[in-house]
Design a protein. Structure first.
Lengths: 441, 307
């Protein structure tokens, strides 16, 4: 771990800096705002339950609207847990320590809401049970349910197992912490004594989890892409979809981590732990991922555009120069090209430009998911015939916006509450890294 | 200077974001003209109904107007003559059947008028429409002679107490198939002769029917100015009996039921699920092991303290 001025930091200072902090005034405003947005979303969902999916603007053709765009977005963003924790750990990336827990909690919160938003999209939540009673293993939807459930459990377990030593530190530092959480800490980790035998089991378990979580993480997004690619529709009928989705997921996940790094560093005063060097390194990673995603985008659009098969042509024209063109070029420029240009330069890999680039990537990625889902549904192979004019267009109803924004607020609320209760950077690992650095020097 | 650059970048991002949002919301706002039309239907010479259709012109297209409350009257728009009230659906259409209370009036007349009126509502001005109809019936029959099958459809209108054949009326005579009427002969439509009859030699003799070989013959007069829409059907065993393939649904394929999953898929899916969840369960047992270690550690510590 690369602590700036690490020699001047004592173990007590590190522990004190990294222990969870009470919400300040800004924290309270932020949390209240998120709760308010989530409540509006909950009210909109109550209306949807009461009146049915008719409150949405989804109809016969656009039957997957922003709920599914949101679902794909959440699944994508959750992939970052495996990138930072598993891949960086297995490849022994030395600067990963302050980023791992941030990425793990992003993964857990995003996958939680990915599961919930699917239930929202079903309209009748009690019908979820039918997936298990009448589900067919031949269906990619069942594969998705299985892999998302599995990834959620693996991510939660990974988060828990890496938290154990920190929980012990928090139990020992109970005087400095909020008394309300003491019971929770004791329930979660009072058994953890940090003995050599326990530590051996924990390390081995983390390694096994890291190995298992990578293919499962790849599966969640590949299977999600297959939900589209296994149907015969313009824009989805592609063998490129698995890799295209995975590369996009890594990019948006990394972008989200960069945003979270900046916010936590600034508002929790973690400049000594999340340093400019971390932004510099993450900047390089994000550029690489953005270039990779751009490569798959070129594959995804250039090859069908070269052939211009009739149904594909109409879909592509709408994207390149038609109704969806501003949104499409916004997603390409803001979600990929401008962040690449910013981060290619050393000055662009400083915290603030990185934060702006990260926000652009995340916002661009959300609209990119919308563009993957909706335009295709508006361009079926059989022409739309004898349907009301409104079926030819789709713009989400206020209930859909409220639920989608409520789910985004929900993800941020989980991260916010987690950071209130647990250290957002591993205290134990930071101390271990510091001690190792001191010993080696 | 640096702050200025950040501001510019923020404004550009905001602009692009705003453009994207406003684009999703793009709506047509062309001026519109609304119309109402009334159509008469008599299926199987039984209970007639009236269909009201409301549309508005938006740009170059006609769009249905939904949720328009319409009153439908018999002969003239008075309260006593109210047949019923209907609200147009998502396709801009609503339907009212002739109530039993009008049977006597209906039987006594040979020509009648249906009037539809809507008040102005929901930004749409008051609309009205009517249709005048001569009472007629359509009869379908079949004959077979020397192996040649013939379908006849006869249109008769009521004059006084008599049913009189109507000549020179265009009609469809064919077989009911999914998505429309397949002509029974070579022509798309047929015209009634001086006996009011259209005679069609049945040439579609290899059509698949139901499991007994039944097909449904249809005769239809469509949107006729004087007689409206009339339709009659007759089921005949002139098709080829359909025999479902017995083993079709027993195949193990990707499109089969959950009980007929291909073995290779079952093997792969369960191997992966058991492999991953087996590992997860193993790891949970490892954590439980560390719990046990923790309790032993506490016991040893308290033993040492008490010792």
């Amino acid at each position: 771990m690369n602590l700036e001025n690490s020699t001047s930091l004592t173990n007590e200072q590190i522990t004190s800096d990294l222990l969870p902090q009470k919400f300040g005034k800004r924290g309270m405003i932020w949390t209240s705002l998120l709760i308010l947005i989530a409540l509006v979303g909950a009210f909109a969902y109550y209306r949807q339950l009461k009146y049915g999916l008719v409150v949405t603007n989804m109809r016969d053709y656009v039957s997957w609207g922003i709920y599914i765009s949101n679902f794909v977005f959440f699944v994508a963003i959750s992939l970052v847990g495996s990138l930072i924790t598993a891949i960086f750990r297995l490849t022994n990336v030395p600067w990963r320590t302050p980023l791992t827990r941030i990425s793990e909690i992003i993964a857990v919160s995003a996958i939680t809401f990915a599961s919930l938003i699917i239930i929202v999209d079903m309209g009748r939540p009690e019908r979820l049970l039918n997936l298990f009673i009448h589900g067919r293993i031949q269906s990619p939807i069942i594969w998705d349910v299985i892999v998302i459930g599995t990834y959620f459990c693996l991510s939660l377990f990974l988060l828990y197992i890496t938290l154990l030593p920190d929980i012990r530190i928090m139990i020992n530092a109970k005087d400095k912490l909020d008394k309300r959480f003491s019971k929770l800490y004791r329930w979660l980790g009072t058994f953890w004594k940090g003995t050599a035998a326990q530590e051996k089991i924990r390390n081995r378990s983390i390694t096994i989890l890291c190995i298992v979580i990578i293919p499962v993480a790849f599966s969640i997004h590949t299977v999600t892409s297959w939900l589209f690619a296994t149907t015969y529709r313009p824009g989805w009928d592609s063998t490129n979809f698995g890799a295209y989705f995975i590369s996009g997921a890594f990019l948006v996940g990394a972008g989200a981590v960069v945003v979270a790094m900046y916010v936590f560093r600034r508002y929790y005063h973690l400049e000594k732990y999340i340093t400019d060097k971390h932004f510099e390194k993450m900047g390089r990673v994000v550029v690489l991922l953005a270039l990779l995603y751009m490569y798959f985008n070129i594959n995804e659009y250039l090859v069908p555009a070269f052939k211009m098969k009739k149904p594909e042509a109409e879909h592509l024209r709408q994207l390149f120069g038609g109704e969806f063109a501003p949104l499409f070029w916004f997603a390409i420029l803001v979600g990929m090209i401008i962040p690449i240009i910013i981060m290619l330069f050393k000055k662009g890999r400083k915290p603030l430009p990185m934060f702006i680039a990260g926000v652009m990537i995340v916002v661009g990625a959300w609209f990119k998911r919308y563009l993957i889902v909706t335009p295709t549904l508006l361009h079926p192979f059989l022409p739309m015939y004898n349907v009301p004019e409104s079926y030819h267009h789709y713009f989400p109803s206020w209930e859909e916006w409220a639920i989608a924004m409520g789910s985004l607020a929900g993800v941020l609320l989980i991260i916010t509450f987690f950071a209130r209760v647990f250290p957002i950077i591993s205290i134990y690992k930071t101390l271990t890294d510091q001690n190792e650095n001191e010993q080696s020097s | 200077m640096k702050t200025n650059n950040h501001h510019k970048l923020f404004i550009i991002t905001l602009f692009l974001f705003g453009t994207a949002i406003s684009n999703i919301n793009a709506q047509d706002s062309a001026a519109s003209t609304s119309i109402m039309s009334v159509h008469y239907f008599l299926p199987e010479n039984k209970i007639p109904y009236v269909e009201v259709s409301t549309k508005k012109k938006s740009g170059k297209k006609f769009e249905p107007i939904k949720d328009i409350p319409v009153n439908v009257y018999f002969n003239e728009a008075t309260e006593n003559n109210l047949l019923g009230k209907v609200t147009t659906g998502i396709n801009g259409e609503g339907r009212v059947s002739l109530p039993a209370s009008f049977k006597a009036t209906w039987d006594s007349l040979t020509e009648f008028k249906f009037v539809a009126v809507s008040d102005s509502s929901g930004g749409v001005k008051s609309l009205s429409g009517d249709v005048t109809i001569k009472k007629a019936i359509l009869v379908i029959d079949t004959t077979t002679s020397d192996g040649i099958r013939t379908v006849t459809a006869q249109l008769k209108e009521k004059k006084g107490n008599e049913w009189v054949p109507v000549k020179d009326i265009e009609m469809k005579v064919g077989v009911n198939r999914m998505g429309g009427i397949l002509s029974a002969g070579d022509e798309e439509t047929y015209t009634s002769d001086s006996t009011g009859t259209a005679t069609v030699e049945f040439k579609k003799d290899s059509l698949p029917g139901d499991q007994k070989g039944n097909i449904v013959l249809v005769a239809k007069v469509e949107d006729n100015d004087a007689y409206g829409n009339l339709l009659v059907e007759k089921t005949v065993p002139w098709g080829i009996a359909f025999t479902p393939e017995k083993n079709f649904f027993d195949q193990r394929t990707l499109w089969s039921t959950r009980y007929r999953t291909p073995y290779w898929l079952l093997f792969m899916a369960y191997s992966i699920v058991i492999g991953v969840w087996g590992t997860l369960i193993y790891l949970v047992t490892q954590i439980l092991k560390t719990r046990k270690m923790g309790r032993e550690y506490d016991r040893n510590l308290s033993t040492q303290k008490s010792g």
